[in-house]
Design a protein around this ligand. Structure first.
Ligand code: TYM
Length: 331
């Protein structure tokens, strides 16, 4: 079976961007592929995020769900990959540039700088074929592809064979899966910046666990414009495009249907419609979430089984990497 790997960092709450850009799209993949969904951190919100994966429809009878730090091979592989990563490649990463802007590159941590190598390890450890993510992770996946190719070239093939290996590639080259709609959900307060966990104003995002009242309130106060009617893809109306797109996905309608339905609407008519569609879509997720967190032992068991499976799959890659890079093996 082909493999799919993806994950969310559990810092802050999971929001609509994470859901529409990533988690929602994982659900359809679990029937066809071997899927591994990682909670990528050591943070306290880890179990919340795990519960949300399940509440959004990840089915542990098909998929493996686990916590990154429970599988030490991620960090081990990262270290091996670091030696094949030119500093210049990491210096080009947009996420690093953005996150280090405030404190300055000189003061940013080495961990933040080398984070893309850890993400690359998350992906390559499992020989992933596909990585379902939002648009903002495209550059990191591109980096993972380049690192995989470089390692294959430096250590794979004949050189590996000489060291007793099977030869050939050490890594599959993973491909990003970026959704048609939802790949870049924008902020509710500024249609030109993406919805993000780190934006200071909570008004800028819909969190998956926001109450009905809060959703109504956030939509009521979200930024709009003063054009007549509503339309997609008008560059002068980023907020309009964003809100229509959100409506399209959560209502399950086709783009053409939404265009037809909303073309003559005022914001006053559209906003309650959007709020209702969001609530209708998120309510079952929230109800399942409550059920899941009521049983912490169940969640622990799921995460433990997920880590077992991940360890088993990752061990093959680690053995090959140590061998191909000429490490002395323990006997
Ligand atoms: P993170 O935690 O920032 O986001 C998790 C997922 O949500 C997507 N996303 C969005 N999609 C659409 N619109 C938005 N406004 C929006 N904001 C976030 C992200 O693209 C991502 O798919 N480094 C990654 C997590 C990671 C990972 C991995 C992903 C670690 N290891 C291995 C895939 C495979 C990150 O920080 O995503």
């Amino acid at each position: 079976k082909k493999r799919v790997v993806s994950g969310v960092q559990p810092t802050g709450s999971v929001h609509l961007g994470n859901y529409l850009g990533a988690i929602k799209n994982w659900v359809a993949l679990q029937d066809t592929y071997e899927t591994l969904f990682i909670i990528v951190d050591h943070h306290a919100a880890t179990t919340d995020t795990a519960a949300l994966y399940l509440a959004c429809g990840i089915d542990v009878s098909k998929a493996s769900v686990f916590v990154q730090s429970h599988v030490p091979a991620h960090v081990e592989l990262m270290w091996l990959l670091c030696s094949s990563t030119p500093i210049g490649w990491l210096q080009k990463m947009i996420q690093f540039k953005e996150k280090s802007r405030k404190e300055g590159v000189e003061n940013a941590s080495v961990g933040l700088f080398t984070y893309p190598d850890l993400m690359t390890a998350d992906i390559l450890l499992y020989q992933s074929d596909f990585v379902p993510v939002g648009e903002d992770q495209k550059q990191h996946i591109e980096l993972a592809r380049e690192i995989a190719q470089r390692v294959n070239h430096l250590y794979g093939g004949k050189k590996w064979k000489k060291l007793g290996g099977r030869g050939g590639s050490l890594f599959k080259i993973p491909e990003p899966l970026i959704p048609q709609a939802g790949a870049r959900v924008m902020s509710l307060t500024d249609g030109l910046s993406k919805m993000s966990k780190s934006a200071p104003s909570d008004q800028s995002r819909i969190n998956l666990l926001d109450s009905k009242d809060l959703i109504v309130d956030k939509i009521k106060r979200c930024k709009t414009d003063s054009f007549a009617g509503l339309e997609f893809d008008n560059a002068e109306r980023p907020e309009c495009n964003n809100l229509l797109s959100i409506y399209q996905i959560v209502s399950g309608k086709k783009k053409e249907e939404v265009m037809e339905e909303c073309k003559d609407m005022s914001w006053g008519t559209f906003k309650p419609l959007l709020a209702d569609a969001l609530i209708e879509h998120l309510s079952p997720i929230q109800a399942r979430y409550q059920e899941i967190i009521a049983e912490p032992e169940y969640l622990d068991k799921i995460l433990s089984e997920g880590a077992d499976r991940a360890e088993e799959l990752g061990a093959v890659t680690m053995r090959n990497m140590y061998q191909a890079m000429g490490y002395y093996q323990r006997r």
